[in-house]
Design a protein around this ligand. Structure first.
Ligand SMILES: Nc1ncnc2c1ncn2[C@@H]1O[C@H](COP(=O)(O)OP(=O)(O)O)[C@@H](O)[C@H]1O
Ligand SMILES: [Mg+2]
Ligand SMILES: [Zn+2]
Length: 392
């Protein structure tokens, strides 16, 4: 049996299955219900966030035998053909390879004729920003007075490259990067449907690496499952993604917060002999400190963390001090570049960590100021010398 990649297998087949684009979906559903569908749409946003998916869903909504409807049946000929990209009345055109004026002229010629079978003739043009200037001009004429049966749906990752004349004739929808918590939930559902066991911690690593693109997240999941089987450990997943296991990162953060130089040095020895990429580790550590800082500031661990990690982060944040976390973040984040360039990355990393132990003040700034003030108030009779900022 051939394997269908997850991104294709789990392309949303209903508007309600689209993750994280509620604002777009709601507007389009309403337009369909009210019979106020525009004649040209522009879907703009980062790759893998659902533009093509939404374009096909809209095409189905318009051409479904039971439609026009915001809930296309999914089983009629129009619906299934659109899903498979073979509908006679819905053309999916790649703007990058059909970017000439002659391509647009052909569309214009074709658009004049009534649909062969369904209600509308729909042109989905992907990467529409790639069209040539002459092609845009030709397109403009059609956009100005399109035949009633014609709908255009343009998709682009670079809307800023479109001429204003085109922009002003389209109803524009901005697709967002998918929020991390929503993406985590969708991945959990897909894992359940696939009957594979990937921990929340691993999924949340995957979510972070995908940077808001669902296609990327699902490709990474494919990669993990094919490399590690159906119930991979966190360590295997981290390895497969070229990432660093969170347990290790959290251990470094804990030792830093606790100013435990000895443990830090032992850990470095450990990761060094395992061949861990120290720059990546420093990056991850900076992230962890960011999580801690957020937890400290808001009283809640960031949502994109797996449930199992949230408690640990919250607990450690409670022990830490906001000023200390801020300084630790600066020190570690600032060292990433240095470590990457260093002839001896280990040396650079060690010094970073030790600086972290000594530099960060242990008490909150207001507390320190109060202490300094108290000292200086009693300075005449008190002991001389600068107060030590390092509480032990
Ligand atoms: N908003 C979303 N909700 C659920 N899945 C999505 C979403 N966006 C993308 N995907 C997944 O990624 C795949 C590619 O999405 P696609 O719509 O082609 O992205 P785009 O056209 O924006 O690059 C889909 O088949 C689907 O599996
Ligand atoms: Mg696309
Ligand atoms: Zn249908």
């Amino acid at each position: 049996m051939s394997y269908t990649v997850l991104a294709r297998k789990y392309r949303p087949q209903k508007f309600e299955d689209m993750t994280g684009q509620e604002h777009v979906v709601r507007t389009i559903e309403n337009a369909i219900k009210l019979g106020r569908v525009a004649h040209a749409y522009l879907f703009a946003g980062p790759r893998g966030t659902g533009k093509t998916t939404a374009a096909r869903l809209l095409a189905r909504a318009l051409n479904c035998e039971k439609g026009p409807t915001a809930t296309p049946c999914g089983v009629c000929q129009a619906c299934t053909e659109i899903r498979d990209g073979i509908s006679i009345d819905v053309a999916e055109i790649d703007g990058a390879s059909n970017n000439g004026v002659e391509n647009v002229r052909e569309i214009r010629e074709n658009a004049k004729y009534l649909p062969q079978r369904d209600r509308h003739k729909i042109y989905i043009i992907d990467e529409v920003h790639m069209l040539s200037g002459a092609a845009f001009n030709a397109l403009l004429k059609t956009l100005e007075e399109p035949p009633g049966h014609v709908k255009f749906i343009f998709a682009t990752t670079e809307p800023q490259k479109l001429p204003d004349t085109i922009l002003s004739r389209c109803q524009r929808h901005n697709f967002r990067r998918i929020p991390q918590a929503a993406m985590l939930k969708r991945l959990q559902q897909i894992c359940a449907m696939e009957k594979v066991q990937v921990t929340d911690r691993s999924l949340s690593l995957l979510v972070r690496q995908s940077e808001g693109g669902m296609r990327d997240a699902l490709s990474l999941l494919d990669q993990v499952l094919s490399a590690c089987g159906e119930s991979p450990t966190d360590e295997q997943v981290a390895d497969a993604l070229g990432a660093i296991d969170r347990t290790l990162v959290h251990a470094f953060a804990t030792a830093l917060v606790q100013r435990d130089a000895k443990t830090l040095m032992q850990r470095i020895e450990e990761v060094w002999s395992r061949g861990v990429d120290l720059r990546r580790l420093a990056e991850e550590l900076a992230f962890e400190l960011r999580h801690l800082f957020i937890a400290k500031s808001t009283g809640a661990a960031p949502e994109e963390l797996a449930e199992t990690d949230r408690d640990a982060v919250l607990l450690l944040a409670r022990d830490a001090d906001a000023a200390q976390l801020a300084r630790l973040f600066d020190v570690v984040h600032g060292s990433v570049w240095e470590i990457a360039r260093a002839a001896q990355p280990r040396l650079a990393f060690e010094m970073t960590l030790l600086k972290g132990v000594y530099l960060a003040p242990a008490a909150a700034i207001p507390e320190l100021i109060a202490r300094v003030e108290k000292l200086s108030a009693g300075a005449s009779g008190g002991r001389s010398g600068a107060p030590s900022f390092r509480a032990s």
